[in-house]
Design a protein around this ligand. Sequence first.
Ligand code: URA
Length: 210
Amino acid sequence: MPPGVTVVDHPLVRHKLTLMRTGDTGTAEFRRLLREIALLLGYEVLRDLPLATRTIETPLAPMESPKLEGKKLVLVSILRAGIGLLDGLLDLVPAARVGHIGLYRDPETLEAVEYYFKVPGHLDDRMLVIVDPMLATGNSAIAATARLKAAGARSVKFLCLLAAPEGVAAFRAAHPDVPVFTAAIDDRLNDHGYIVPGLGDAGDRLYGTK
Ligand code: URA
């Protein structure tokens, strides 16, 4: 495994990913599965979330007990497929702040073109998790991460569902300080920048737009 890359290969993740890859899995089920898988991936990617100890009263006694500093976390979704992962992570950490970056792939060059950017303030003081289901060429992820760093982000992780070896290598070369979490690394990219065997177009499968 390349350094800085975590493949979350829990049996439940692998099972759900197989269902998502299957071509005749419909939109509603695909969306539900992505939300469920996000919970399982979130467990790993959020493993070092900062805690703060509070005094609480159980029915029997007072105790010092840890709670999340939930407001410290920022989840940044790369539109539009990122929203599918974001929804699951928000189930886990409802108090997280949320940012959105709109990027589309130029079909000719496959370069990322930004059309929307809205993120919470004080990024330098927060842990960021950027989410996009498919790390394919890496262009969108690289551009989004650079944009967030330029806006002040210092502690960043990248979470996807599927990655291509090419995308992982390009992303890690551009941002060696940003760890990558994924459910699987597939074989390759095809000539259109799609992950093979992959699961097709994540946005289309999520929203039924094909
Ligand atoms: N985006 C997708 O939705 N699917 C791919 O395979 C690559 C990029």
